[in-house]
Design a protein around this ligand. Structure first.
Ligand SMILES: O=C(O)CCC(=O)C(=O)O
Ligand SMILES: [Fe+2]
Length: 268
């Protein structure tokens, strides 16, 4: 069973992240790694750290040719069950970003808070970061500042005009203490969950091993995905189109009532 233990739920509440005991079976990891290789083949012009909306099959309108295999992963009953432990029964899948860092030259992810980028009000999201390969200190695993979500405040981010970053916004100096950072080391198939306000980043991958995480983004359906908002439009270094982004209700009902599940969906 994938249900989060009470201690895992409490850890997430206290620290803003948790690594659940549950993990993907090895055969699912193999399938997803094949899907990743195919995704990279489909997108020769896109940096593999910037495979945004990889779950939308075909030309996704955000510069990437995605694959339904990632949508299937996002709807995996085990993963949805884990998320339910954090968000409750009513859950909307609204995003998926593949952060694949090639060996030797994988981009750094600057320290940031996700909420800075997203048109969700009230702002809420639980990200499930699924490791498709071992993600360790040497190949640039995710790093987190435990407890940094608690104040529910977004700090100032500064734009950085550098090509070798996964995102071009970095938390302003002095907004947190990097010495507090914890390394989220994962084996292939393991995952971590993190809160929308929690400060995190990752070092460049200078190792000889690739490092890939699939970030699946879920919000409670009590919030609205507001297509009219454009936070940090055009300045992140990743092309996004929130106005056309499809939403999927993966569990329960739309409690807000105003979420639009039609826009962006492909005809069936
Ligand atoms: O994998 C990374 O380097 C960054 C991931 C991240 O920022 C996220 O999942 O929100
Ligand atoms: Fe992030």
């Amino acid at each position: 069973m994938a249900v989060l233990a009470q201690a895992e739920i409490e850890r997430y509440a206290a620290e803003g992240w948790v690594k659940p005991a549950w993990r993907l079976p090895p055969e699912r990891v193999d399938e997803m790694r094949d899907a990743l290789d195919e995704l990279i083949r489909r997108n020769p012009g896109v940096r593999p750290e910037k495979l945004v909306s990889a779950h939308i099959e075909g030309d996704n309108g955000e510069g990437v040719h995605g694959s339904a295999a990632f949508l299937e992963l996002a709807r995996d009953p085990g993963i949805v069950e884990l998320v339910g432990g954090i968000l409750g029964p009513d859950v909307i899948l609204w995003g998926c970003h593949v952060f694949c860092k090639p060996p030797l030259e994988g981009y750094e992810t600057p320290w940031h808070q996700d909420g800075h980028y997203w048109p969700i009000r009230p702002l809420a999201t639980c990200t499930v970061w699924v490791a498709l390969e071992d993600s360790k200190i040497d190949n640039g695993c995710l790093r987190v500042i435990p407890g940094s979500h608690r104040a529910k405040l977004l700090h100032e981010h500064l734009h950085e005009d550098r090509a070798d970053l996964t995102l071009q916004q970095r938390l302003a100096p002095g907004t947190f203490d990097e010495y507090q950072a914890a390394d989220v080391e994962l084996e292939a198939g393991e995952m971590s969950l993190h809160d929308v306000y929690m400060i995190h980043g990752a070092r460049p991958n200078t190792s000889s091993r690739r490092r890939t995480g699939v970030a699946l983004r879920y919000m409670p359906s009590t919030s609205l995905f507001d297509r009219s908002l454009r936070p940090v439009d055009g300045k992140t270094g990743v092309a996004v189109n929130f106005a056309r982004r499809p939403l999927w209700l993966v569990s329960g009902v739309d409690r807000h009532g105003g979420n639009d599940f039609v826009t962006g969906q492909q005809p069936r």
